[in-house]
Design a protein around this ligand. Structure first.
Ligand code: CUA
Length: 334
Protein backbone atom coordinates (compact mmCIF):
# COMPACT_ATOMS: atom_id res chain seq x y z
CA UNK A 1 0.00 0.00 0.00
CA UNK A 2 1.42 3.41 -0.92
CA UNK A 3 1.77 6.02 1.83
CA UNK A 4 -0.90 8.37 0.50
CA UNK A 5 -3.34 5.49 0.13
CA UNK A 6 -2.61 4.31 3.67
CA UNK A 7 -3.29 7.83 4.93
CA UNK A 8 -6.59 7.97 3.09
CA UNK A 9 -7.68 4.63 4.58
CA UNK A 10 -6.65 5.78 8.07
CA UNK A 11 -8.68 8.97 7.64
CA UNK A 12 -11.72 7.01 6.48
CA UNK A 13 -11.45 4.70 9.50
CA UNK A 14 -10.89 7.60 11.91
CA UNK A 15 -14.31 9.11 11.25
CA UNK A 16 -16.46 6.17 12.45
CA UNK A 17 -14.04 5.44 15.30
CA UNK A 18 -14.22 9.06 16.55
CA UNK A 19 -18.01 9.11 16.24
CA UNK A 20 -18.17 5.81 18.16
CA UNK A 21 -15.89 7.11 20.91
CA UNK A 22 -17.87 10.35 21.16
CA UNK A 23 -21.10 8.35 21.56
CA UNK A 24 -19.57 6.25 24.38
CA UNK A 25 -18.16 9.20 26.28
CA UNK A 26 -21.15 11.53 25.83
CA UNK A 27 -23.11 12.24 28.98
CA UNK A 28 -25.97 13.48 26.77
CA UNK A 29 -26.70 10.11 25.23
CA UNK A 30 -29.98 8.79 23.89
CA UNK A 31 -28.73 5.22 24.33
CA UNK A 32 -29.20 5.15 28.11
CA UNK A 33 -32.84 6.21 28.51
CA UNK A 34 -33.94 7.16 32.03
CA UNK A 35 -37.65 7.83 31.53
CA UNK A 36 -40.70 6.09 30.06
CA UNK A 37 -40.65 8.53 27.11
CA UNK A 38 -37.02 7.98 26.13
CA UNK A 39 -37.32 4.23 26.74
CA UNK A 40 -40.15 3.96 24.22
CA UNK A 41 -38.26 6.14 21.69
CA UNK A 42 -35.17 3.99 22.20
CA UNK A 43 -37.29 0.85 21.68
CA UNK A 44 -38.47 2.07 18.25
CA UNK A 45 -34.94 3.10 17.34
CA UNK A 46 -33.52 -0.34 18.21
CA UNK A 47 -36.32 -2.18 16.39
CA UNK A 48 -35.70 -0.15 13.20
CA UNK A 49 -31.94 -0.61 13.55
CA UNK A 50 -32.19 -4.42 13.71
CA UNK A 51 -34.85 -4.59 10.98
CA UNK A 52 -32.61 -2.48 8.71
CA UNK A 53 -29.70 -4.77 9.65
CA UNK A 54 -31.66 -7.85 8.53
CA UNK A 55 -32.64 -6.14 5.24
CA UNK A 56 -29.00 -5.17 4.64
CA UNK A 57 -27.68 -8.70 5.22
CA UNK A 58 -30.44 -10.41 3.19
CA UNK A 59 -30.07 -8.05 0.19
CA UNK A 60 -26.28 -8.33 0.10
CA UNK A 61 -26.51 -12.11 0.60
CA UNK A 62 -28.96 -12.50 -2.31
CA UNK A 63 -26.84 -10.25 -4.59
CA UNK A 64 -23.77 -12.31 -3.74
CA UNK A 65 -25.53 -15.68 -4.14
CA UNK A 66 -27.14 -14.73 -7.48
CA UNK A 67 -23.91 -13.36 -8.91
CA UNK A 68 -22.28 -16.70 -8.19
CA UNK A 69 -25.16 -19.02 -9.12
CA UNK A 70 -26.14 -17.21 -12.34
CA UNK A 71 -22.68 -16.17 -13.51
CA UNK A 72 -21.65 -16.74 -17.14
CA UNK A 73 -19.93 -20.05 -17.65
CA UNK A 74 -18.81 -22.00 -20.72
CA UNK A 75 -21.99 -23.15 -22.46
CA UNK A 76 -24.21 -20.77 -20.43
CA UNK A 77 -24.82 -17.20 -21.46
CA UNK A 78 -25.81 -14.50 -18.85
CA UNK A 79 -28.50 -12.17 -20.17
CA UNK A 80 -30.99 -9.54 -19.00
CA UNK A 81 -34.72 -10.15 -19.04
CA UNK A 82 -37.74 -8.13 -17.97
CA UNK A 83 -41.44 -8.51 -17.40
CA UNK A 84 -42.15 -10.94 -14.52
CA UNK A 85 -45.41 -9.84 -12.88
CA UNK A 86 -45.29 -12.28 -9.96
CA UNK A 87 -41.73 -11.24 -9.05
CA UNK A 88 -42.58 -7.55 -9.28
CA UNK A 89 -45.61 -7.95 -6.98
CA UNK A 90 -43.45 -9.78 -4.43
CA UNK A 91 -40.67 -7.18 -4.40
CA UNK A 92 -43.20 -4.36 -4.07
CA UNK A 93 -45.15 -6.06 -1.27
CA UNK A 94 -42.11 -6.86 0.88
CA UNK A 95 -41.02 -3.18 1.25
CA UNK A 96 -44.64 -2.17 1.89
CA UNK A 97 -44.79 -4.69 4.75
CA UNK A 98 -41.47 -3.38 6.11
CA UNK A 99 -42.74 0.23 6.06
CA UNK A 100 -45.95 -0.85 7.83
CA UNK A 101 -43.89 -2.75 10.43
CA UNK A 102 -41.93 0.46 11.10
CA UNK A 103 -44.96 2.78 11.03
CA UNK A 104 -47.10 0.92 13.58
CA UNK A 105 -44.71 1.17 16.59
CA UNK A 106 -43.60 4.67 15.49
CA UNK A 107 -47.14 6.06 15.52
CA UNK A 108 -47.85 4.29 18.80
CA UNK A 109 -44.89 6.06 20.45
CA UNK A 110 -45.89 9.43 18.94
CA UNK A 111 -49.42 9.03 20.34
CA UNK A 112 -48.13 7.83 23.75
CA UNK A 113 -45.61 10.66 24.20
CA UNK A 114 -47.60 13.66 22.95
CA UNK A 115 -51.02 15.16 23.60
CA UNK A 116 -52.38 15.70 27.10
CA UNK A 117 -50.03 14.91 29.99
CA UNK A 118 -51.27 12.30 32.48
CA UNK A 119 -53.55 13.55 35.26
CA UNK A 120 -51.71 14.41 38.48
CA UNK A 121 -48.50 15.36 36.70
CA UNK A 122 -46.12 17.74 38.45
CA UNK A 123 -46.31 20.91 36.35
CA UNK A 124 -43.19 22.96 35.66
CA UNK A 125 -43.29 26.18 33.64
CA UNK A 126 -39.99 26.45 31.74
CA UNK A 127 -39.07 29.69 29.97
CA UNK A 128 -36.13 30.08 27.62
CA UNK A 129 -34.27 33.40 27.68
CA UNK A 130 -31.04 34.59 26.12
CA UNK A 131 -29.19 32.57 27.53
CA UNK A 132 -30.62 30.71 30.48
CA UNK A 133 -33.71 28.79 31.56
CA UNK A 134 -36.27 29.75 34.18
CA UNK A 135 -38.18 26.98 36.01
CA UNK A 136 -41.35 27.82 37.88
CA UNK A 137 -43.13 25.30 40.13
CA UNK A 138 -46.72 26.63 40.47
CA UNK A 139 -47.71 23.69 42.73
CA UNK A 140 -45.12 24.79 45.31
CA UNK A 141 -45.04 28.53 44.60
CA UNK A 142 -41.39 29.16 43.80
CA UNK A 143 -39.17 29.93 40.82
CA UNK A 144 -35.61 28.83 40.14
CA UNK A 145 -33.23 28.76 37.18
CA UNK A 146 -31.08 26.38 35.16
CA UNK A 147 -31.36 23.45 37.59
CA UNK A 148 -34.60 21.52 37.65
CA UNK A 149 -35.36 18.94 40.37
CA UNK A 150 -38.00 16.26 39.77
CA UNK A 151 -39.13 13.27 41.86
CA UNK A 152 -38.52 9.78 40.45
CA UNK A 153 -41.62 7.86 39.37
CA UNK A 154 -44.00 10.85 39.05
CA UNK A 155 -45.14 12.14 35.70
CA UNK A 156 -43.57 15.54 34.98
CA UNK A 157 -45.36 17.94 32.63
CA UNK A 158 -43.21 20.80 31.37
CA UNK A 159 -44.90 23.79 29.72
CA UNK A 160 -42.42 25.50 27.43
CA UNK A 161 -42.29 29.21 26.62
CA UNK A 162 -39.79 31.75 25.36
CA UNK A 163 -39.33 35.41 26.27
CA UNK A 164 -37.28 36.41 23.24
CA UNK A 165 -36.30 34.10 20.35
CA UNK A 166 -36.84 30.40 19.61
CA UNK A 167 -34.94 28.09 21.94
CA UNK A 168 -35.22 24.33 22.16
CA UNK A 169 -35.28 22.15 25.24
CA UNK A 170 -33.61 18.74 25.32
CA UNK A 171 -32.25 16.42 27.99
CA UNK A 172 -31.61 13.36 25.80
CA UNK A 173 -31.85 10.75 28.57
CA UNK A 174 -35.21 12.09 29.79
CA UNK A 175 -37.25 13.52 26.91
CA UNK A 176 -37.16 14.42 23.22
CA UNK A 177 -36.34 17.88 21.88
CA UNK A 178 -39.21 20.39 21.98
CA UNK A 179 -38.99 24.03 20.86
CA UNK A 180 -39.62 27.03 23.10
CA UNK A 181 -41.42 29.53 20.88
CA UNK A 182 -42.24 33.18 21.70
CA UNK A 183 -46.01 33.68 21.92
CA UNK A 184 -46.79 29.97 21.64
CA UNK A 185 -46.86 27.38 24.42
CA UNK A 186 -45.54 23.86 23.90
CA UNK A 187 -45.61 20.91 26.27
CA UNK A 188 -43.64 17.76 26.95
CA UNK A 189 -44.10 15.11 29.62
CA UNK A 190 -42.09 12.21 30.96
CA UNK A 191 -41.82 9.99 34.02
CA UNK A 192 -38.20 9.68 35.19
CA UNK A 193 -37.40 6.15 36.36
CA UNK A 194 -33.85 6.36 37.73
CA UNK A 195 -32.98 8.62 40.67
CA UNK A 196 -29.30 9.47 40.96
CA UNK A 197 -27.10 12.08 42.62
CA UNK A 198 -25.47 13.04 39.32
CA UNK A 199 -27.63 15.39 37.22
CA UNK A 200 -28.94 14.57 33.74
CA UNK A 201 -27.52 17.13 31.33
CA UNK A 202 -29.51 19.15 28.86
CA UNK A 203 -29.04 22.23 26.73
CA UNK A 204 -30.61 24.58 24.27
CA UNK A 205 -30.63 22.90 20.85
CA UNK A 206 -31.83 25.70 18.60
CA UNK A 207 -29.40 28.41 17.55
CA UNK A 208 -30.54 31.45 19.54
CA UNK A 209 -27.71 33.97 19.34
CA UNK A 210 -24.13 34.56 20.45
CA UNK A 211 -24.17 32.38 23.55
CA UNK A 212 -26.42 29.57 22.30
CA UNK A 213 -23.65 27.09 23.14
CA UNK A 214 -23.52 28.50 26.70
CA UNK A 215 -27.19 27.80 27.39
CA UNK A 216 -27.31 24.59 29.39
CA UNK A 217 -29.44 23.13 32.15
CA UNK A 218 -29.40 20.23 34.58
CA UNK A 219 -32.17 17.90 35.68
CA UNK A 220 -31.78 16.26 39.08
CA UNK A 221 -33.96 13.16 39.42
CA UNK A 222 -34.41 12.83 43.20
CA UNK A 223 -36.00 10.22 45.43
CA UNK A 224 -39.35 11.52 46.74
CA UNK A 225 -37.67 12.19 50.12
CA UNK A 226 -34.81 14.23 48.61
CA UNK A 227 -37.26 16.08 46.40
CA UNK A 228 -39.43 17.07 49.40
CA UNK A 229 -36.31 18.37 51.19
CA UNK A 230 -35.35 20.40 48.11
CA UNK A 231 -38.87 21.85 47.75
CA UNK A 232 -38.96 22.85 51.42
CA UNK A 233 -35.58 24.57 51.06
CA UNK A 234 -36.74 26.44 47.95
CA UNK A 235 -39.92 27.58 49.69
CA UNK A 236 -38.10 28.80 52.79
CA UNK A 237 -36.79 32.33 52.87
CA UNK A 238 -33.01 32.35 52.52
CA UNK A 239 -31.39 32.58 55.95
CA UNK A 240 -29.57 35.85 56.54
CA UNK A 241 -26.15 35.27 57.95
CA UNK A 242 -24.26 37.94 59.91
CA UNK A 243 -21.00 36.88 58.26
CA UNK A 244 -22.31 37.96 54.84
CA UNK A 245 -24.16 41.10 55.90
CA UNK A 246 -21.78 43.27 53.87
CA UNK A 247 -22.65 41.39 50.66
CA UNK A 248 -26.38 41.52 51.46
CA UNK A 249 -26.05 45.28 51.82
CA UNK A 250 -24.27 45.57 48.44
CA UNK A 251 -26.99 43.50 46.78
CA UNK A 252 -29.87 45.44 48.31
CA UNK A 253 -28.41 48.85 47.44
CA UNK A 254 -27.00 48.28 43.94
CA UNK A 255 -28.38 47.59 40.47
CA UNK A 256 -28.72 43.84 41.25
CA UNK A 257 -32.26 44.34 42.59
CA UNK A 258 -33.47 45.76 39.28
CA UNK A 259 -33.09 42.41 37.51
CA UNK A 260 -32.95 39.63 40.12
CA UNK A 261 -35.35 38.27 42.69
CA UNK A 262 -34.16 37.19 46.10
CA UNK A 263 -37.18 36.23 48.18
CA UNK A 264 -37.82 38.90 50.79
CA UNK A 265 -35.22 41.26 49.30
CA UNK A 266 -36.03 42.12 45.70
CA UNK A 267 -38.40 41.24 42.86
CA UNK A 268 -36.56 41.71 39.54
CA UNK A 269 -37.58 39.38 36.72
CA UNK A 270 -35.09 40.13 33.95
CA UNK A 271 -32.34 37.84 35.26
CA UNK A 272 -32.49 34.46 37.00
CA UNK A 273 -34.12 34.15 40.44
CA UNK A 274 -31.25 34.01 42.97
CA UNK A 275 -33.23 33.14 46.13
CA UNK A 276 -31.31 29.89 46.63
CA UNK A 277 -28.42 30.27 44.22
CA UNK A 278 -26.00 28.95 46.85
CA UNK A 279 -27.67 25.53 46.56
CA UNK A 280 -27.09 25.25 42.79
CA UNK A 281 -24.15 23.26 41.46
CA UNK A 282 -23.39 25.63 38.59
CA UNK A 283 -23.86 29.28 37.59
CA UNK A 284 -24.43 31.09 34.30
CA UNK A 285 -26.70 28.34 32.88
CA UNK A 286 -24.44 25.41 33.58
CA UNK A 287 -21.17 26.73 32.16
CA UNK A 288 -19.23 27.27 35.42
CA UNK A 289 -19.07 25.49 38.79
CA UNK A 290 -20.72 27.47 41.54
CA UNK A 291 -17.89 28.73 43.75
CA UNK A 292 -16.59 32.03 45.02
CA UNK A 293 -13.90 32.48 42.35
CA UNK A 294 -16.39 31.90 39.50
CA UNK A 295 -19.04 34.13 41.09
CA UNK A 296 -16.46 36.93 41.35
CA UNK A 297 -15.46 36.34 37.75
CA UNK A 298 -19.08 36.37 36.61
CA UNK A 299 -20.10 39.50 38.53
CA UNK A 300 -16.95 41.34 37.40
CA UNK A 301 -17.49 40.74 33.69
CA UNK A 302 -20.30 38.38 32.56
CA UNK A 303 -19.58 39.05 28.91
CA UNK A 304 -16.11 37.54 29.26
CA UNK A 305 -17.59 34.20 30.39
CA UNK A 306 -20.70 34.34 28.23
CA UNK A 307 -20.41 36.60 25.16
CA UNK A 308 -23.52 38.73 24.73
CA UNK A 309 -24.76 38.25 28.31
CA UNK A 310 -27.20 41.04 29.20
CA UNK A 311 -25.83 41.61 32.70
CA UNK A 312 -23.45 44.59 32.87
CA UNK A 313 -19.84 44.25 34.02
CA UNK A 314 -19.83 45.22 37.69
CA UNK A 315 -16.06 45.65 37.87
CA UNK A 316 -16.75 49.17 36.59
CA UNK A 317 -19.41 49.84 39.24
CA UNK A 318 -18.28 48.04 42.39
CA UNK A 319 -14.97 47.68 44.21
CA UNK A 320 -13.18 44.33 44.32
CA UNK A 321 -14.08 44.13 48.02
CA UNK A 322 -17.77 44.68 47.24
CA UNK A 323 -17.72 42.02 44.51
CA UNK A 324 -16.11 39.56 46.94
CA UNK A 325 -18.73 40.35 49.61
CA UNK A 326 -21.48 39.88 47.02
CA UNK A 327 -20.07 36.48 45.99
CA UNK A 328 -19.91 35.34 49.63
CA UNK A 329 -23.50 36.51 50.20
CA UNK A 330 -24.82 34.69 47.11
CA UNK A 331 -23.02 31.47 48.09
CA UNK A 332 -24.66 31.65 51.52
CA UNK A 333 -28.16 31.56 49.96
CA UNK A 334 -28.71 27.81 50.22
CU1 CUA B 1 -31.28 29.13 23.48
CU2 CUA B 1 -29.95 28.15 21.76
Amino acid sequence: MSRSRARRVALLLAVPILIGLAACAAPQTTFEPASDTTESIDGVYRFIFWLAGVVFVVILGVVLAFSIIFRERPGREAKQFHGNTRLEIVWTLIPVLIVVAIAVPTFKVIVDTTGDPPEGSLIIEATGQQWWFEFEYPEFGFTTANEMHVPVGRSISVNLFSNDVIHSFWAPQLFGKVDMVPGHGNNLFFTPNTARAEPYLGQCVEFCGTSHANMRFRVFVDTQEDFDVWVAAQQAEAATDAAVAAGAEVFATSACIGCHTIQGVSAGVIGPNLSHIGARSTIAAGIMDNNEANLRRWISDPDEAKPGAKMPAFEALLSEQQIGDLAAYLLSLK
